[in-house]
Design a protein around this ligand. Structure first.
Ligand SMILES: NC(=O)c1ccc[n+]([C@@H]2O[C@H](COP(=O)([O-])OP(=O)(O)OC[C@H]3O[C@@H](n4cnc5c(N)ncnc54)[C@H](O)[C@@H]3O)[C@@H](O)[C@H]2O)c1
Length: 436
């Protein structure tokens, strides 16, 4: 009789393996579609019945997944979505892509992972491959997930297979997608690494196996800490350049002509998204458990968190130049999503800017074609069309997000004071433009 691992590997090679993806968000849905396009029969599991219904109707709610790609695999019977977790027991491989936020105290909130793993553990079968993709601290897979899955007496890397593979997707990036971003894979043992690598190898171009789940977990946190710290550095340089009356954007553009040893990062209104503002704190929390203080992470965190305050200071400078105060001024935010050409509002610094300006008495409005509505101060705000907003002559506009569809010429021509936090108006000079 063939061993459990040989049977699993054969089923993966023959595209007969049934693949389950738990959590159909920015990470899980593109991944489920890639597995389906690779020929696997994929079941997506989510607690959100509306998402499951939309997927089954071939309608995507993730900008990186076009309706056409989704409906093609749904119509072909290769992808279906459900809220029924009992069907997890029918899967050969299960990928967990649920959220890993921070608690208010900046401690990791693993509750979504724990719930998903409980559902997997309830129906676990010998020979199953389980992969955690959610970003988390080193040790989550072997300290938290493995004991939960072994509770019924099955042993990891023997009776079932367990790996961690960090998701590196960059929403809105048209050049690098789930398909062509190399995939790091680390199993709790060699069989687990082999099985997970084989599965990903069928749907992504490059797989990079590493020696353990902890290495794979740490890779992701190194990558995101690298970004958080470098953004913190360049934000500090921006604050410094302002004091010295030097244009930071020109400095960065010139510095990046160096063909080696320099990589450009850009200042901005603060960190946003589900990864960079959060992941480094997963690492510093775990390091602290081991008696180690991550000084770079804490320092970068302070500087990055101060940026919305600096934006408000620049709004004050702009209004001051025409003898106005923030209190009572009408301030219009141009772009509120956390970055260009995405609809994601998670941790968006625009929310901090809104809050700080509200506290100072400004009257606020916003334009964002990607975010028709947002919650602020307990009530809903609706996006207004930019031309209409400018016709109402706001006292100041803040470019918080540099969406490519914005008509910057009309914005400048309106004569409105503009605080440009993204250098969206690069090369344009006017007394009305205030940069970071
Ligand atoms: N968004 C990104 O750019 C990105 C990039 C790399 C890594 N990540 C990581 O990937 C993970 C998922 O992030 P995301 O952006 O896809 O989140 P998301 O919020 O877009 O999607 C998560 C999905 O999981 C579902 N869910 C929550 N609990 C569940 C449960 N117990 N069972 C089934 N479904 C459940 C939610 O309904 C939601 O649809 C996080 O750990 C995140 O840090 C995100």
């Amino acid at each position: 009789m063939p061993s459990l691992i040989d049977t699993l590997l054969d089923r993966i090679r023959a595209r007969e393996a049934r693949v389950g993806v738990i959590g159909l968000g920015y990470v899980g849905l593109p991944l489920a579609v890639e597995f389906a396009r690779a020929g696997y029969s994929v079941t997506g599991f989510d607690v959100d019945a509306q998402k499951a219904a939309q997927i089954n109707a071939g309608k995507s709610y993730i900008p990186d997944v076009p309706d056409a790609d989704l409906s093609e695999v749904v119509k072909a019977g290769k992808l279906r979505a459900t809220t029924d977790m009992h069907a997890l027991g029918e899967m050969d491989a299960i990928d967990i892509c649920v959220p890993t936020p921070l608690r208010k105290t900046k401690d990791p909130d693993l509750s979504y992972v724990v719930l998903a793993v409980e559902a997997v553990a309830a129906t676990i079968k010998p020979g199953q491959l389980i992969i955690l993709e959610s970003t988390t601290y080193p040790g989550t897979t072997d300290e938290v997930v493995q004991p939960m899955l072994e509770e019924k007496g099955l042993e990891a890397d023997v009776d079932f297979f367990l790996a961690f593979s960090p998701e590196r997707v960059d929403p809105g990036n048209l050049r690098f997608t789930t398909k062509n971003i190399p995939k790091i894979v680390g199993g709790v043992g060699p069989k687990s690494t082999e099985a997970a690598s084989l599965l990903y190898g069928a749907s992504v171009q490059t797989v990079v196996p590493v020696s353990s789940t902890r290495v794979a977990e740490m890779v992701k946190l190194l990558e995101n800490t690298f970004r958080a710290v470098n953004i913190g550095l360049v934000n500090e340089i921006a604050l410094m350049c302002h004091k010295m009356d030097i244009g930071v954007w020109e400095v960065i553009d010139a510095a990046k002509t160096k063909p080696f040893g320099f990589m450009p990062f850009y200042p901005g209104p603060g960190l946003g998204g589900h990864c960079i503002p959060i992941d480094p704190f997963y690492l510093s929390w775990k390091a602290r458990q081991n008696g180690f203080e991550c000084r770079f992470i804490e320092l970068a965190g302070h500087i990055n968190a101060s940026m919305p305050h600096y934006v408000v200071e620049r709004v004050g400078d702009a209004l001051n130049s025409v003898r106005k105060a923030i209190n009572g001024s009408r301030v219009h935010l141009v772009g509120v999503a956390y970055k260009r050409d995405v609809n994601d509002m998670r941790e968006s610094p625009a929310l901090d800017v809104l809050e700080l300006l509200t506290k100072r008495g400004a009257v606020l409005s916003y334009t964002d074609p990607w975010v028709p509505e947002l919650q602020h101060g307990g009530h809903a705000m609706k996006s207004v069309d930019l031309a209409g907003a400018l016709a109402a002559k706001p006292d100041c506009a803040i470019i918080c997000t540099d969406h490519s569809s914005f008509d910057y010429e009309t914005l400048i021509a309106s004569g409105t004071l503009i605080v440009d936090t993204r250098n969206a108006l690069k090369g344009r000079e006017a007394e009305t433009i205030f940069r970071l």
